[in-house]
Design a protein around this ligand. Structure first.
Ligand SMILES: [Zn+2]
Length: 376
């Protein structure tokens, strides 16, 4: 059986197939149906949330030749739709600004602006990672944006919209894409697996959607890897191995020992975790997420896990915040530690050092005494 990568096979061919971003799609659909097209659009948002995907679908809407005006739903059959899909349309120029930052590249590109498109409604420029353009490139672009010929359409995408000059932004309709909620990613992954008749379990899907961190593309890439890993099917153990995740119960045990102020217990729990050959950075991330869940539950009583509920009841909310900060701080400094394991150990030791109820006083007093005796 030949296997086609899911991300490519299920690339959205119209707006209805795009996951999330309803507010952006609505704005684009309205500009088509009400005939209020702008000449420059800028799509901003983190990686993998659908910026260029939406821009490509929009390009098909604009140039679809099935009717004599732009269409909210492209036909996906005419030569324009077909050619834009495979990136061969003569009047659809896709540029990666990251590799063509120089002003000569930009001038060369903009030279063609004045020529009317042949066999197409619009000449469309899709400039990806537009914030990478040099200052002079932006100036050249701005000149065109100030008086664009009516047949020209600029679609720009960027992960760092704050680096795009205000003068350029003010000439564009700015569309901010959001990260996709985990539940939506889960639904999407499940629907594709159903279409592919691939068996899965809920936990695998939840793990992948969590690791995707709001990006459908990352979710699909992970899903593809997991399917390859599991020889054509999905199972939790393979997915965990692939993602380098560990059972949250190990982390919960560790947190319970920390909360109890039990140093030996915490060290044993940590030892169990390190025996699993996991990535220490991943452990820190799960630790942060556990304290986040505890903290949320303390305020909102929204967690269904019994262990999180128990921890939330037993931990002072201020100490929860402190532990959260300590873990976050350890993650931030993770890469300066000569040994990753030390970063994790130090994080746990710090949490133990900041125990409530005065436990922390003793070691500090001892330290002071030690100082006095050593200086004496
Ligand atoms: Zn078409």
């Amino acid at each position: 059986m030949s296997y086609q990568v899911l991300a490519r096979k299920y690339r959205p061919s119209s707006f209805s197939e795009v996951v999330g971003q309803e507010h952006v799609l609505k704005a684009l659909e309205n500009s088509i149906s009400q005939n209020k097209l702008h000449q420059a659009y800028i799509f901003s948002g983190t990686r993998g949330v659908g910026k260029t995907t939406i821009a490509r679908v929009f390009s098909k809407c604009l140039n679809c030749m099935q009717a004599d005006s732009p269409q909210v739903i492209p036909c996906n059959k005419c030569s324009a739709c077909e050619e834009i899909k495979i990136g061969r349309h003569m009047e659809f120029l896709e540029v990666d600004a990251a590799s063509r930052t120089g002003v000569d590249d930009m001038r060369e590109l903009l030279d063609s602006v004045q020529y009317k498109p042949a066999n197409a409604r619009f000449k469309i420029y899709l400039i990806d990672e537009v914030h990478m353009l040099s200052k002079s490139s932006f100036n050249a672009l701005l000149k065109t944006l100030e008086e664009p010929p009516p047949h020209v359409m600029f679609l720009m995408a960027t992960t760092e919209v704050e680096k795009v000059p205000k003068t350029v932004l003010s000439r564009c309709l700015q569309l901010n894409l959001k990260v996709i909620p985990e539940a939506k990613i889960q639904l999407h992954l499940k629907s594709l697996l159903d279409l592919e008749s691939i068996e899965y379990d809920e936990e695998s899907i939840a793990l992948i959607a969590d690791s995707a961190q709001g990006s459908v593309r990352d979710g699909l890439t992970l899903l593809d890897q997991a399917i390859a890993h599991g020889n054509g099917s999905l199972n939790t153990e393979d997915v965990k191995a692939l993602l380098g995740t560990i059972d949250q119960s190990y982390i919960i045990e560790l947190v319970e020992q920390v909360v109890a102020g039990n140093g030996d217990g915490a060290y044993n729990a940590l030892h169990k975790i390190t025996e699993l050959n996991v990535e220490y950075e991943q452990v820190l991330k799960i630790l942060i997420s556990v304290f986040h869940k505890i903290s949320l539950h303390q305020q909102l009583h929204n967690n269904e896990s019994e262990s999180i509920q128990r921890l939330a009841d037993n931990l002072d909310p201020q100490i929860t915040q402190l532990h959260y900060e300590i873990a976050l701080n350890s993650l931030g400094k993770f890469h300066v530690h000569p040994h990753p394991k030390q970063a994790l150990e130090l994080c746990i030791l710090r949490m133990l050092a900041f125990q409530p109820m005065g436990e922390a006083v003793t070691p500090r007093e001892e330290k002071k005494n030690l100082k006095i005796s050593s200086s004496a």
